[in-house]
Design a binder for this molecule. Sequence first.
Ligand SMILES: [Zn+2]
Ligand SMILES: [Zn+2]
Length: 358
Amino acid sequence: MYTKELAQAGVVIYRIKGASGMKPHLCVRFRDEDGIIRDFAVDTSRTPGKVQPDAYLITHAHSDHFGKSTMNSEKAWCSYETAKALEIRYEKEFCGNRFVTGSTVSIEGTRVRTIPVYHTPGSCAFMWENDVGTKILVTGDVKCAADLPKCDVLITEASYGDPDDPSCHFSEDIRLFEEIVSENAGRTKIAFGAYDFGKAQKAVSLLREIGYDGPIFMSEKTAELTKCFVENCGDLETVSLTDRRKNDGEDLLIVPPPSLSYLPSSYRRFVLTCRRDYPYPNIRMSDHLDADGLSSMVDDCDPELTVVYHPNKGSRPDRFAAHLRQKGHEAMSLSQIRNIFNVHDAGKWLKAAEELSI
Ligand SMILES: [Zn+2]
Ligand SMILES: [Zn+2]
C-alpha cells in the first residue's frame, strides 16, 4: 500500500523479519540531502550481525519502544534524558549517542532535526529532508504536538487512536487530584498507582506544586528516576511494599498500578490514568494525546501520507489509519507495510532501494 507513492517521494518504509518473527516497528530509507542512501531504524530492537542501519533512533525510554535492546549499540541515538532513563531503568550503560532535544544533529553526516513531544522526560520526534525535498517526520508517542512542523510523510502513533472506543477520548482532571490530596494527605494512608517512568514524575511535580511538602514514598528505582527528572522533588523516601503492609501511620505512596492490590485495605487507592480497566477509582491523567488530539495533530502536520507505526500490537494503528482515510487523508498502518526483509538476506535488503526506484 502506497509503496509507489512513497518511492516517488524518495522514501522506502520497510520492516525486518528475524528468526523469532517480525521486529517491532519499522525502518526508513531515503537519499539524504547529499544523495547518500540512509537507513534509520525507528523504535525497534537491535539487529544482530554485520548488516546494520545507519542509526537506531529511540524516541523515548518506555519499554514498548525497545531502547533496552538498542542501547547496547554504538549506532543508537536518543536524547540525554532518554539515555539516562534507560541506564537507570535497565542498570546498564547506554553505548550510543546523545543529543539535546530540540537540536539538529548530524548522524553519519545526515542532518536530523529533533523536536520535543512532551510525553516523557526527553521524548522527541525526528525529522529529515531527503534529496528531493520530502520532509519525513517520526513522532514517537505524543503528549503535545504544538512544536511539530508541517511535513510530507508523517510516521506517528495511535496509542489512544481508535475514535470509536470511548476510552480513547479523555481530558485530564488535575483539580480532582488536588482535592484528593488536600482531603487525605497527612491524615490517612493514600496510594497513587503510577508507572515508574513518566507518570510517577508527573505526580511528584503536581504534589509539590499543590504545596504538599511531606515525604513521598516509592520504590528505589522510581525515586532515582524522580530525583533525576524533577527539579524540586522534595523528600522522597524509598520503601518496599512489604514494609508498607506493616505501617500503621499516615502515608503517601506512589506505586505501579498492578502493585496497588498488594496494599492493605487501610489505604485509599487511586490510579492516575485515563484508562478505565483498573479496579480502583481513577484520576484522569495522561501522557498521551487522545483520539481527537491525534487527529488534529495530523491535520496540523498536513502530510501527503501518514503511516501509523505504533503501538506495535493491537488494532489501534489500523483503526486510526482508517479514521484518517475517512477524513480524506492518505494513511496506512504498520500491518499494511509490504516491504519486509529477512534479517539474514542482506543482499536483498541492501538492493531494495534500487528495486523500489529510490
Ligand atoms: Zn511511551
Ligand atoms: Zn508507546
